[in-house]
Design a protein around this ligand. Structure first.
Ligand SMILES: Cc1cc2nc3c(=O)[nH]c(=O)nc-3n(C[C@H](O)[C@H](O)[C@H](O)COP(=O)(O)O)c2cc1C
Length: 568
């Protein structure tokens, strides 16, 4: 039935909403059956993790010699960071912090790179593009660039004449596109994830986009810049802006699905939503160069349901989302005392971020650290909490926590309602026996509740596909989405946004774990309906979209760490 719905879409029979619902159901992992995948590693068809455009000019980005001394906590206190002017050096630092390689790992004869942004299976389906104005030492005219992380360089895909750049800038109302503003777009090569994970891969690609979006926002914050998602741009326009619709440049190479566009600016005024007329696709005045490389010469398997759900979640042009945050807590109410100190630099947190491959089963964290990590996950009424100032919708992802080792806190199941207005509905959709007790000493408006005391290490491990990291951390969690209501409000395309929001939550937890001297790991492999059962969720309206674990890591000492770039 479900497959018929998906095939129905390909043949134009099923609605986009039906396809999304069918895809989500079909790609659940169950105790008795995992979502469809090849079932083994087909090493012969492993995709190249690096896209390059042969024939495009390469602009190398210099790496700064001295590290930037900005303290980590200042990332969240934007007014404290003077904006860097847009230049070769600042563009380089921006991509360095957002999406660059951060190390190579070596085991025996095998080496593999790690990046500032994490990725399911380290497969890195996300590609990024910048639309920059004319800039000294980068380009004499405005241009579209592809970011090449292995080289830490920009590939010039297209030169834009002044008229075209002014057209783009002119889409924003007076003062909303200050000098030094530019765009970054993200896209996904679904095949890179589907190669290993089969049909569930579309979910992982979207998680990765969410991680990359937060990574971009955090990098911008480190330079004193603002960043906002331009949520009203259609996927067709985005494809044109990034050059992804150019059949002649892809030939047999794997295509990229356009995902999102952000505006980055040293000095974005409030209000955040600044477009006055829609961005338009490129017409004339654009000279393209470069041909995309093929990532796998021959694919042994295709996953048509991924194309179907990608198509069902493409967006038409729309009005920007506007939601009211006036009922959200202030920073003081969320944190008690806002954090204005700490030894770690932003650079060390960003470039040092790593996933734990195993957790030690013994490290506990303080309550203060636990509360701070959770408070970071909630937007404030002033709309300045980074990275939540980048997206215009109120949180649709809420957190079901499995607390194992937090000093002074009873182990058990807890809930964090990331939108304070959703506490009542969460009470109704979750198990009736949960006690919903406020946590003693918790900051006054951190919406954290004890649901049920007890040792839940085995439960956490079991629902996370049996992965011990979920039970051996200090805590792990399920990200529970207000799924159907969100799609009803904003359409099927918002299915992607739910994963992006989950990925953003994850990216913050990664950095917060670094700040606490521990580690975190994203968990895309979990048994969907057993997770719902753990929280007593019966309604299909609420669905788990991602898992995460945070705790004391066990380092794998067999691996050697090498510098990211040989000129470092
Ligand atoms: C969406 C997503 C899902 C992931 N799922 C798992 C998982 O189920 N189990 C696991 O051990 N690691 C998981 N990871 C961690 C990745 O394996 C890790 O990010 C990747 O190997 C790169 O390493 P790094 O995070 O240290 O850069 C996931 C990461 C992401 C972003």
């Amino acid at each position: 039935m479900i497959f018929r719905k998906l095939i129905g879409l390909v043949e134009g029979e099923a609605s986009a909403a039906e396809v999304v619902a069918a895809y989500h159901e079909r790609t659940k992992h169950h105790f008795h059956r995992y979502a469809a995948s090849l079932g083994y590693m087909d090493w012969a068809t492993q995709p190249d993790p690096f896209r390059r455009y042969a024939g495009a000019d390469l602009v190398r980005l210099p790496l700064p010699k001295a590290g930037r001394p900005l303290p980590y906590w200042q990332l969240y206190a934007s007014a404290a960071v003077p904006p860097m002017p847009l230049s070769l050096a600042s563009v380089s630092l921006f991509f360095r912090y957002a999406l660059s390689l951060t190390a190579w790992k070596q085991s025996g004869d095998t080496t593999w790179p790690l990046r500032a942004n994490p990725s399911s299976g380290n497969l890195h389906p996300t590609e990024s593009y910048a639309l920059l104005p004319a800039l000294d030492q980068i380009g004499e005219t405005a241009a579209v660039y592809h970011y090449a992380p292995r080289e830490h360089a920009l590939e010039r895909r297209a030169a834009l004449d002044a008229k075209r750049w002014n057209e783009l800038a002119g889409s924003f109302s007076e003062g909303s596109f200050p000098a030094g503003s530019f765009f970054v777009g993200l896209s996904s090569v679904h095949w890179r994830e589907a190669w290993k994970y089969g049909e569930r891969a579309f979910r992982y690609c979207q998680h990765d986009v969410g991680h990359a979006l937060a990574s971009l926002r955090i990098a911008a914050a480190a330079l004193g810049w603002r960043l906002v998602l331009l949520d009203s741009v259609s996927d067709g326009t985005l494809s044109s802006l990034l050059g992804l619709d150019r059949d002649e440049d892809f030939a047999a190479a794997e295509r990229e699905e356009a995902d999102l566009l952000v505006l980055i600016s040293p000095d974005l005024p409030a209000p955040l939503l600044t477009e006055s007329k829609p961005l338009t696709a490129h017409g004339g005045g654009v000279l393209w160069q470069g041909k995309a490389n093929t990532l796998t010469p021959e694919h042994s398997v295709e996953w048509p349901v991924i194309d179907a759900v990608a198509q069902a979640t493409r967006r038409c042009e729309s009005s920007p989302i506007k939601e009211d945050f006036s009922g959200f807590p202030s920073e003081d109410e969320l944190f008690g005392t806002p954090i204005r100190q700490g030894q770690l630099t932003a650079e060390r947190a960003i470039l040092g971020r790593r996933s734990a491959v195993a957790m030690d089963g013994s490290t506990a964290i303080s309550r203060a650290a636990f509360f701070r990590m959770l408070a970071r996950l909630i937007p404030t009424q002033e709309r300045r909490a980074m990275p939540w100032d980048a997206i215009p919708w109120r949180p649709r992802i809420h957190i079901g926590l499995f607390v194992h080792r937090v000093d002074g806190l009873a182990p058990g199941i807890y809930a964090l309602a990331r939108d304070p207005d959703k506490v009542d509905i969460l009470k109704r959709v979750m198990q009736a026996e949960f006690c919903w007790q406020r946590v003693p000493d918790c900051p006054p408006r951190l919406p954290l509740y004890l649901l049920k005391e007890g040792d839940c290490r085995t439960l956490a491990t079991t629902v996370s596909c049996g992965q011990a990291i979920a039970g051996d951390g200090a805590f792990s969690l399920a990200m529970i989405a207000d799924y159907m209501d969100s799609l009803a409000a904003y359409g099927s395309g918002f299915y992607r946004n739910l994963f992006w929001e989950a990925g953003m939550v994850g990216q913050l937890l990664y950095l917060e774990a670094e700040e606490s001297g521990i580690r975190a790991t994203g968990i895309g492999c979990y048994f969907d309906d057993p997770v719902h059962a753990a929280f007593g969720i019966v309604s299909r309206e609420w669905q788990s979209f991602y898992h995460f674990t945070v705790g004391g890591p066990v380092e794998d000492n067999r691996l050697t760490t090498l510098p990211a770039y040989n000129f470092e």
